[in-house]
Write a protein that binds this ligand. Structure first.
Ligand code: ADE
Length: 228
C-alpha cells in the first residue's frame, strides 16, 4: 500500500512515521508513506499557498492551483483509490473505515489548513472527506497521522503475530480484557487468581466475561450498535 500526503506543513508529519511499527512497515516494504510540500507547487517566489476569502471574513483559504497541480502530478504516476480531505465536516473515522481503507492500494490525503480550502478542491478532486472526531484541529496533519497509523497497522505483514490486529478491541465490537504482568502482587493489589491458575479454558471464560462487563460499563453504545 502507498499513501501520499499533501500538506503546507510537511514538518508536522516528519516524526510520526519514523518510529516503531510505521517505520518497520516501510522498511519491510509493506507500505510507502510520502509527504508532499504544497509550497513546491506554488507559483510565486514567496511560495504562496493561501489567500483571503472572497466575500470577506477572517482567516486564510488554501488556494486551488497548488493543490490541483500537486494532485494532478501525483495522479499521472498512479491511480488513487480514494482522494481524502481531512476535515471536521467529514464522515466520522472509525475501525470499520480503517479496515476498508487498509484494503486499498493507493490513498492520497489532503490536509487543509488555516480557515479552509477553496471549495473547488472539495468539489472536483476529493472523493471522500474524513473527520477524526467532533472537535476542530488547527489543520488536517495530525488527523492524517491518526488515519495513517490506524490503517497501516492493518496491512498484512506490518504487525508481527504477537501484535496481530485481529485481537484488537473494536474488531469484534467489544473492548479488551484487563491485562496483568509480573509481579503477582503490587502495592497491595493482586493479579486475579484465575490468571495464575494455568487453566486455559477458565482463563478464556474469565476474559470473555470481563470484555462484556467492560463494554457494558464503558461503552454501552457499542452493544446497541448495528454490527454492519
Ligand atoms: N481538521 C481540523 N479538524 C479536523 C478533524 N476533527 N478531523 C479531521 N481533520 C480536521
Amino acid at each position: 500500500m502507498r499513501i501520499d500526503i499533501v500538506t503546507g506543513l510537511p514538518k508536522l508529519l516528519e516524526s510520526p512515521f519514523e518510529e516503531s511499527i510505521l517505520k518497520r512497515g516501510q522498511e519491510k516494504g509493506k507500505i510507502g508513506i510520502v509527504v508532499h510540500d504544497l509550497r513546491d507547487y506554488a507559483h510565486d517566489k514567496h511560495k504562496t499557498i493561501d489567500d483571503t476569502p472572497y466575500g470577506g471574513g477572517s482567516g486564510m483559504v488554501l488556494k486551488p492551483e497548488p493543490i490541483f497541480e500537486c494532485v494532478e502530478h501525483l495522479s499521472r504516476e498512479r491511480v488513487y483509490d480514494e482522494i481524502i480531505f481531512l476535515s471536521p465536516e467529514g464522515e466520522k473515522f472509525n475501525q470499520r473505515l480503517a479496515n476498508d481503507l487498509s484494503l486499498k492500494s493507493n490513498l492520497l490525503l489532503i490536509c487543509g489548513h488555516y480557515k479552509g480550502v477553496d471549495e473547488r478542491v472539495r468539489e472536483s478532486l476529493v472523493t471522500m472527506e474524513i473527520s477524526i472526531g467532533d472537535y476542530v484541529l488547527t489543520g488536517g496533519e495530525l488527523a492524517a497521522a491518526v488515519l495513517v497509523d490506524a490503517i497501516v497497522r492493518l496491512v498484512p505483514g506490518v504487525l508481527n503475530d504477537s501484535e496481530s490486529a485481529l485481537s484488537d478491541s473494536f474488531q469484534d465490537g467489544l473492548l479488551g480484557w484487563p491485562e496483568y504482568t509480573r509481579p503477582p502482587e503490587f502495592r497491595g493489589k493482586k493479579v486475579p487468581d484465575v490468571l495464575l491458575s494455568g487453566d486455559h479454558s477458565e482463563i478464556q471464560a474469565w476474559r470473555e466475561q470481563q470484555r462484556l462487563e467492560r463494554t457494558k460499563t464503558r461503552r454501552g453504545d457499542m452493544l446497541d450498535a448495528d454490527p454492519s
